[in-house]
Design a protein around this ligand. Structure first.
Ligand code: AHR
Length: 326
């Protein structure tokens, strides 16, 4: 047995793999019941409301499309995703899909999938591999554009005002595409106006708990905070708790601009606690299953499929709340 095969076998034994229906387990050769297509999907984790909605969308869509989904939760760790992908290769799944927790460090495992002739689809987040032959397609949002939308809103909000605007930024998971791109898109949008100063910027790992903790630290270390830019809603919601506990009014004393557009954030917007939300659509399941079928059938698919997304003011969020799906 080659070293690589042995490593894959160990990885297969270590990773927990669940099917879309909640049954099953890793290790055995993948053959979908009744000749179904088998897809190995490695999810980032369960760090946010967005992620929960994304997981549900993918699991529901697989069921609807009659695809046997082997689902693995990486708990925000790249090493777990690499193990899961190796396990999928070992099981000879038909297609591998994954949402890479960080951008870098995927070439080796993607090459292993390529050598095993298993097509890979990236969903939600991108990788920075130079070799585009390592994956068939990337389905997901334009995170730079999302950051730019947040920055554009800020520029408009403070139009005609010359006082310094002190911004604190809650960044997403370090090294992840949404953290990198939302940061750069935002910086680009505000760079023309020196009054905007990012006085503190730190990761909150896309979670509510960390968002709260880091905001508490910002409130202690910064004498004047005008704006919070959060890379996702969960961190914004955690930060709101910290702001309220510090005796300040979120949305008024400190303006908040965030990304995602989840229901809880819309509720906070309807209460005046978040001033602007840039949408990031997690409902990628149907499109992903469609791509899986095409890729497996050897059809030509676009290398990049961008998700359509909007923006929300508090009024728009309040109106959208009763029918918001996630
Ligand atoms: O990759 C998408 C991002 O990941 C979402 O904005 C965030 O909520 C999630 O954790």
């Amino acid at each position: 047995m080659s070293k690589r095969a042995a490593a894959a076998l160990v990885a297969g034994a270590m990773v927990t793999v669940l099917t879309a229906c909640g049954s099953g387990g890793g290790g055995s050769a993948a053959k979908g019941p009744g000749g179904k297509l088998v897809v190995g999907f490695s999810q980032v984790g369960a760090e946010s409301g967005w992620r929960t909605a994304n997981t549900k969308s993918i699991q529901d869509a697989a069921k609807k499309a009659g695809i046997d989904l082997k689902f693995s939760d990486a708990q925000q760790k790249q090493e777990n995703q690499i193990k899961a992908i190796r396990s999928f290769i070992q099981q000879k799944v038909d297609v591998i899909a994954f949402s890479p927790v960080v951008e870098s460090g995927w070439d080796t495992v993607l090459k292993e999938a390529k050598d095993a002739h298993i097509p890979v689809i990236l969903t939600d987040r991108a990788v920075d591999s130079k070799d585009e032959s390592l994956y068939a397609s990337f389905l997901g949002s334009d995170f730079v554009e999302e950051g730019k939308k947040a920055g554009d809103w800020l520029v408009k909000e403070y139009q005609g005002k010359s006082d310094e605007v002190n911004i604190v930024q809650l960044e997403g998971t370090t090294g992840s595409a949404p953290a990198n791109d939302r940061k750069s898109g935002f910086a680009d949008a505000v760079k023309g106006e020196p009054k905007f100063k990012v006085v503190a910027s730190q990761t909150g790992d896309f979670t509510r708990a960390k968002g709260k903790e880091v905001m508490q630290a910002f409130l202690k270390s910064q004498s004047k905070i005008d704006v919070l830019y959060a890379h996702n809603d969960d961190m914004a919601l955690g930060a709101i708790q910290a702001i309220e506990e510090a005796g300040k009014k979120p949305g008024t004393d400190i303006k908040i601009v965030s990304v995602d557009g989840v229901k809880d954030a819309f509720t906070a917007m309807s209460q005046g606690k978040i001033n602007y939300d840039v949408e990031c659509n997690p409902l990628l399941g149907d499109q992903l299953m469609d791509l899986v079928k095409k890729v497996k059938a050897g059809e030509q698919v676009p290398r990049r499929i961008k998700t359509e997304e909007g923006t929300f003011t508090p009024e728009q969020a309040t109106a959208a709340l009763p029918t918001r799906q996630y």
